[in-house]
Ligand binder design. Sequence first.
Ligand SMILES: [Zn+2]
Length: 163
Amino acid sequence: MSFDDLLAANREFASDFAYGGFDGVARAGVALVTCMDSRIDPLGMIGLEPGDAKIFRNPGGRVTEAALEAIVLGVHLLNVQRVLVVPHTRCAVASNSEEVIRERIAESAGVDATWQRFHVIEDQVATLGLDVHRVTSHPLVPETVEVGGFIYDVDTGLLDRKY
Ligand SMILES: [Zn+2]
């Protein structure tokens, strides 16, 4: 398999490209931290379009060091005023133990995977609370920035605010 199909689609995409020359600020003042899950459309779920928001994704939608880095950049340089932290229902890293995930990876890779760290989530709502706190307590995130923690339901498309 090569990238030919994707590059063909890219030429099509670029043929009526509307974002040339646009700056990189978050036009709607929004930053969103969410999971890599393919069922999530981070802009569509909150009615936004390209150019409106900063999106940071990783397994589980966790507020990692890199996510905080993105949020601080967003808040100070890219017009971010609201931050949404959005893990989701039926997330693989919130419904399997680290051991089980390692076993499955080892099975697929055919080699030992016990050294690979996976940040599994045992209590999704409690973890979301900690992650929201990580943002609000960051010394470079001013109190004027609104931070919310939500669970996205991949079966209804609805966001449920928890924090
Ligand atoms: Zn997920």
